[in-house]
Design a protein. Structure first.
Length: 117
């Protein structure tokens, strides 16, 4: 399974960005997909996830009300709409996929998001 992210970049504080992550491969199933981020010198942290069958979403407290995760089942793609971006949102954002729902099995290469003042 390959995960390819896109949509990162440089944005001013208060601005918005939309990340995309497309999954591809010969045969795979998706129980859920998620977004994680890692800032320099910090541990990777959970941002948001979505259950593929039901669309139920989960968010880190730090992004609730500002970020929205969504999916396109037909395209095997997950999105992360990021609004009201803050300086502390600066990080490398990676998407991940869980096939069985017991842990994230596959990871993308990451896309840089930089929020400037």
């Amino acid at each position: 399974v390959q995960l390819v992210e896109s949509g990162g970049g440089l944005v001013q504080a208060g601005g918005s960005l939309r990340l995309s992550c497309a999954a591809s491969g010969r045969t795979f199933s998706i129980a859920g997909m998620g977004w994680f981020r890692q800032a320099p010198g910090r541990e990777r942290e959970f941002v948001a996830s979505i259950v593929w069958s039901s669309g139920i979403t989960y968010y880190a407290d730090s992004v609730k009300g500002r970020f929205t995760i969504s999916k396109d089942n037909a395209k095997n793609t997950v999105y992360l709409q990021m609004n009201s971006l803050k300086l502390e949102d600066t990080a490398v954002y990676s998407c991940a996929l869980t096939s069985e729902g017991t842990g994230f099995d596959y990871w993308g290469q990451g896309t840089q998001v930089t929020v400037s003042s």
